[in-house]
Design a protein around this ligand. Structure first.
Ligand code: URP
Ligand code: ZN
Ligand code: ZN
Length: 459
């Protein structure tokens, strides 16, 4: 059925106009004033509402075997949570360990999402070793429409690559024209600091941050940037959390290194005192890089507002409290991660646009348009334009509510953002022209999501 959204305040990364958007099939076919439509059209009156392009989360974990357990979402639960939160496309990290076969893992990750996700998706393909068959496998995966890799400089002997493997990955990425995303922390230093803290009997979640201090992230960021400069590859730092790392990334950009920066929702809103709470309350807030000293939050917000931080993702990674307490005796055993796919858009709007100084167009850019451009999805995704997919978010700026695990769709028994107020929420969300969320509730088709093929020639 065609769809006509009328009288909306249409906001993209670079424009704002009051008007109507008409979608036929999966695509936006007209934008204008007082549009008419055939009788079988579903008409939605968006008077008083904002209309945004579907939001894109560039960093999520859905299927994730990690730290002796599995993240809790399936693509069914994770995608419904995403949609209720206004995210119509996510990019999942396909994360084999270095003991797994890369291509088999890619097929496994695809099988978990296919027919299960209610929103569109694609993957960053993690390269967790570089051995004889790696290049051929990566070429096959890129040919299948995956235009970005992921490397971990941390998590030694599991996901982590050494410098030689990083060099091989970047050199191949440069040849293939794909961008490489990277988790930048120095693995050796983390391991040494963890051992030292545990040996002193410092076992609680409050010691997670001291085991991965800001300098450790700054070193990883600088090393990644140096390797990008030497190889000429294009790179993207994921979940950058602190000023020293930002300084390294910006210095590299100033030297002409092709580097983009992502920060994730928890680092804008939560600080290390959350992880210093006693027992499981602290464990809920253990992620890597860790929650930082509060002073970093203003640095991140300012850099985001200025466009120096390019994108805001979530690093959505739900481990429930039963899993978190696996780390009761040692913080090194706490599964790392905080869920956030459902909260990103309303919280970024509330604390950035409404209560902060984040320009509304930069908000759209960071949470939708720039991820689409960087990862080869634009202009199909990330904007409201004739010819783009009809992924639309009708956003009610008058809604008032609070984040609560009791009402969330993510398959997790806590929210890291519990009790935070929201000024506005997505009220209606479409994926390729089909209403998937109405009045803030999922009403859509499970399994509607498509694997998005991306152009490797973007870089
Ligand atoms: O703590 C985190 N971030 N967990 C997920 C794995 C990763 O590093 O992205
Ligand atoms: Zn990471
Ligand atoms: Zn991650």
């Amino acid at each position: 059925m065609p769809l006509l959204i009328k009288n909306a305040d249409i906001v993209t990364a670079d424009s704002r106009q009051r008007g109507d958007v008409y979608a036929e099939g999966e695509t936006i076919t007209r934008i204008g004033q007082n549009l008419d439509a055939p009788p079988d059209t579903e008409v939605i009156d968006a008077t008083g509402k904002l209309l945004f392009p579907g939001f894109i989360d560039p960093h999520v974990h859905i299927y994730l075997p990690f730290m002796a357990t599995f993240a809790k979402d399936t693509h069914e639960t994770g995608s419904i949570a995403a949609l209720v939160g206004g995210t119509t496309t996510y990019i999942e990290m396909c994360c084999p360990s270095r003991f797994d076969d890369g291509l088999e893992s890619y097929n496994l990750w695809k099988s978990k999402a296919g027919g299960a996700s209610a929103c569109d998706y694609t993957f960053h393909m993690s390269v967790t070793k570089f051995v004889g068959e790696t290049e051929a496998q990566l070429r096959e995966i890129v040919a299948d429409g995956i235009a970005s890799f992921k490397i971990f400089l941390s998590y030694k002997n599991f996901f982590g690559v050494d410098d030689g493997e990083m060099y091989e990955t970047l050199t191949l990425a440069k040849k293939l024209g794909v961008i490489v995303t990277a988790h930048c922390e120095n693995a050796e230093l983390v391991g040494r600091l963890q051992q030292s803290l545990l040996a002193q009997g410092k076992t609680g979640p409050e010691f997670h941050e001291p085991s991965r201090p800001e300098a450790v992230e700054a070193e990883g960021t600088n090393r990644f940037a140096t390797f990008l400069g030497v190889t000429g590859a294009a790179g993207y730092v994921v979940h950058l959390s602190c000023k020293p790392a930002l300084d390294m990334a910006l210095a590299a950009k100033a030297r002409g290194t092709r580097l983009w920066i992502e920060s994730v929702l928890p680092h804008f809103l939560l600080d290390k005192t959350y992880a210093e709470r006693a027992g499981v309350e602290g464990m809920k807030h253990v992620m890597s890089p860790p929650l930082r000293d509060r002073a970093n939050q203003k640095v991140l917000w300012d850099a985001l507002a200025a466009g120096a931080i390019d994108t805001v993702g979530t690093d959505h990674c739900p481990f429930d409290t039963t899993q978190k307490i696996l780390g009761n005796d040692a913080f090194t055993q706490i599964p790392n991660g905080i869920p956030g796919i459902e909260e990103r858009v309303p919280l970024l709007y509330t604390y950035g646009v409404k209560r902060g100084s984040l320009d509304i167009h930069r908000f759209v850019d960071a949470a939708s348009t720039r991820p689409a451009k960087l990862f080869g999805l634009h202009p199909r995704k990330g904007t409201i334009a004739v010819g783009s997919d009809a992924d639309l978010v009708v956003f009610d700026p008058e809604y008032r509510g609070k984040i609560s695990a009791a009402t969330q769709h993510t398959n997790c028994d806590y929210s890291g953002f519990e009790g935070m107020e929201i000024d506005g929420r997505p009220s209606l969300v479409t994926v390729r022209g089909k209403v998937q969320v109405r009045d803030g509730k999922f009403v859509g088709e499970r399994g509607r999501g498509k694997l998005l093929k991306r152009d490797p020639a973007y870089f």
